[in-house]
Write a protein that binds this ligand. Structure first.
Ligand SMILES: Cc1cc2nc3c(=O)[nH]c(=O)nc-3n(C[C@H](O)[C@H](O)[C@H](O)COP(=O)(O)OP(=O)(O)OC[C@H]3O[C@@H](n4cnc5c(N)ncnc54)[C@H](O)[C@@H]3O)c2cc1C
Length: 294
């Protein structure tokens, strides 16, 4: 779909259709890079390997915190400050060359201390490596930042509705932090959904933020049926849509589980939000449809 940009290749001797360069930065376009997932060849093509130094830069792991049994908070110090927009993600490479996308949870002002939230997936190759093998002090390579779902401070009075499930909270937290630091005046309303209370991995921080910032509200939503200290019962997107029936003039951000993201995008549109003001970030996993489970 051209989202994560992990399939970049270089063309040697053919004209690349514009569609296969969608969203690439200029420095890669001039070097004939394109996204393999968006190119449908009708003849043989001559390709060059992507040069690691064109795509990846280095960062040192400076802190690792297990926020719960299945969520890791990772802090990276890039070799140079990283320019990014609140809501974007990076592509992280493992020691054995796996590449996966992770959203930045920090304020873009923290360009030398990048924060990621990683969910441990059962049998997931990258998340298990990040949890169990990567050590503080080691160097990792990353690509980006990239992604089209981000906040810009064009209209500080516009209300913002943010809905995320699981570690889909990460990019939303970056947006909330940045919007507040820019003096956003419109309402900022965040719904974070998980199944059980232990999945509310930034509950304390978000409650504190909501208590100190007048125009910021936070709703923790539990879909597993057991209430806990002021949480709402139900799916985050369902609750948000029930409580905000008219989204005319709102900016909406939806991140996390892909089916939830798609459904909420449609419902936000039907509730009156402009399509170009509904920003979505589905955490698509690798396409495993043609793979056999080992
Ligand atoms: C734009 C974007 C942003 C993202 N941001 C974040 C983020 O901030 N935080 C976050 O935690 N994740 C994020 N993700 C998801 C992340 O990129 C990874 O997909 C995720 O961490 C899983 O990677 P993995 O290598 O651990 O799992 P993989 O090895 O890719 O496996 C994925 C799942 O498939 C299952 N599986 C593996 N092999 C098979 C098989 N042969 N048959 C059937 N099932 C199998 C595994 O059990 C696992 O549950 C994002 C994704 C995108 C696209």
């Amino acid at each position: 779909m051209g989202t994560c940009q992990t399939c970049l290749l270089r063309a040697d001797d053919f004209d690349i259709p514009a569609g296969a360069r969608t969203g690439l930065p200029k420095n890669l376009i001039v070097q004939n890079y394109f996204l393999a997932c968006l190119l449908y060849p009708d003849s043989d093509l001559k390709l060059s390997q992507a040069k690691t130094s064109d795509l990846f830069r280095e960062a040192i792991v400076i802190e690792k915190n297990k926020l719960t049994d299945s969520v890791l908070q990772l802090f990276l110090e890039p070799s140079e400050p990283l320019d990014f927009f609140a809501g974007q993600f990076i592509n992280l490479k493992s020691a054995n060359d796996l590449v996966r996308s992770y959203s930045l949870a920090c304020n873009p002002a923290d360009s030398k201390r990048l924060e990621l939230h990683v969910k441990l997936m059962r049998n997931g190759q990258m998340s298990n490596w990040l949890f169990n093998e990567l050590q503080v002090g080691e160097t990792v390579e990353f690509q980006g930042a990239t992604g089209n779902s981000f906040y810009n401070e064009v209209n500080l009075d516009q209300p913002l509705l943010l809905i995320g499930t699981g570690t889909g909270l990460a990019p939303l937290l970056s947006i909330v932090r940045y919007a507040i630091s820019q003096g956003h005046r419109g309402e900022i309303i965040l719904y974070h959904g998980t199944r059980y209370s232990y999945g509310l991995y930034q509950n304390k921080l978000l409650i504190e933020m909501a208590n100190t910032v007048d125009n910021f509200s936070y709703f923790a939503c539990l879909s597993g049926g057991v209430e806990f200290n002021g949480t709402l019962l139900g799916r985050a997107n369902e609750l948000a849509m029930q409580r905000h029936k008219d989204l005319t003039g709102w900016q909406v951000f939806v991140c996390g589980e892909p089916l939830m993201v798609k459904d909420t995008q449609q419902r936000a549109y039907l509730a009156g939000a402009n399509l170009d003001e509904i920003h979505v970030d589905p955490f698509n996993l690798r396409d495993l449809r043609r793979r056999r489970r080992k």
